[in-house]
Design a protein around this ligand. Sequence first.
Ligand SMILES: Cc1cc2nc3c(=O)[nH]c(=O)nc-3n(C[C@H](O)[C@H](O)[C@H](O)COP(=O)(O)OP(=O)(O)OC[C@H]3O[C@@H](n4cnc5c(N)ncnc54)[C@H](O)[C@@H]3O)c2cc1C
Length: 399
Amino acid sequence: MTDFDLIIVGGGLVGASLAVGLAARGQRVAVIEAVERSADHQPSYDDRTLVINAASLNILDNLGLLPADLARTPIRHIRISRAGGLGHLELDADDYEQDQFGAVIVARELGNVLLEAMTSSPGIRTFCPARLQGFEVHADRVEVTLEDGHSISTALLVGADGNRSRVRELAGLTCQQHDYRQSAMIFNIRPRHAPAHTAWERFTAEGPLALLPQPRGRLGVVWIEQSERIDQALNWSDEELCQRLKTRFGTGLGDFSKPGRRSRYPLVCQRTPWPVAERVMVVGNAANAVHPVSAQGFNLGLRDVGGLIDAIDGTSDPGEREVLHDYARARQSDQESTVRYTDTLARAFTNPSLVASLASGLGLAAHAGFPGLSRRLVRSAMGFREPVCTLARHPRVSP
Ligand SMILES: Cc1cc2nc3c(=O)[nH]c(=O)nc-3n(C[C@H](O)[C@H](O)[C@H](O)COP(=O)(O)OP(=O)(O)OC[C@H]3O[C@@H](n4cnc5c(N)ncnc54)[C@H](O)[C@@H]3O)c2cc1C
């Protein structure tokens, strides 16, 4: 008998959610996390404002990870525009018989909930701070070695260890990568006046800009541009930042003031077409990492979590080849189309050529003009992509 049913390397947003879900279904889970267990240190649990779509809210809720005191701001209106071009898209949840498209949650605050849930679950043992050294795959188990020399065995080893996944590398899983040479700068800010529950996405020649609703009338800003320009932007004074944001966004929300701390993230696209090997697999960013232009990364990772829990449900050996292949086949279309859609959006709106710029303007105009298209876009953006995992099927926020 193995020490654990599953060992998860990486206790970030995706790894921790998976651990909580598996332990609730009676699995014996170990989490190996490199960084000290505190939401102030954990790299996954930082100041990012995450747009959590409706399907993901269902998943988190069903995992018991949406307590009443977790601050979340519903998104009921979405405004998408393109600087100096054709196309303007307005989406209102009412028009789709929905209360909300999703909600904005700060990663650090969700991190606190995840840490609490992992600590209080008797089915989870956490090794932290600890790093994966290597592993050896046998017919019935995987022997995992930590850098401190500790050795533990499992039926299935899951890599949830982010973009530079060591598990993916050691398992020899093929991963296609593209460096956008762009970075995202995030901070929050106070607008002079902003309608409640509204998210804005503005496409400019320099790159996309998102403004997301937060508590107390503030907005979370995701500012994407070439990496060298973001390096400069990190050094602007607060006054210059507010002025430049107004120039880039337009005058619709009046003057901006009181910007918070700025953080920077280099942006890459990664795709692992077949994320499973013998008794080893990868989920979340370790498998597929996407540009934040469509706010899909964590949402995609949560659908991996839901898909894996469905695949393992009722099996005596979670590492069985059939289980892993069923999982990979069921997740393939969603993973493939989410990465492709996001990559197309990221490239189209930053390509300076006239053809690309015309096409993207017309694309927005088409979405705005044809309700059928918008409906498909909305259903997909809300995370209800076939096959919808059991945890996402919830009566509260339905497609
Ligand atoms: C600016 C920005 C905005 C975003 N906005 C959104 C959004 O609005 N909505 C959305 O859905 N997504 C968004 N994302 C994407 C989202 O943040 C990621 O998809 C998500 O954080 C991925 O989580 P993860 O757990 O897979 O990986 P990570 O967050 O990278 O966590 C990996 C964990 O593994 C640990 N680890 C790594 N290597 C080892 C090792 N060898 N041993 C042990 N532990 C290890 C790390 O310490 C870390 O805790 C955004 C991303 C960015 C950059």
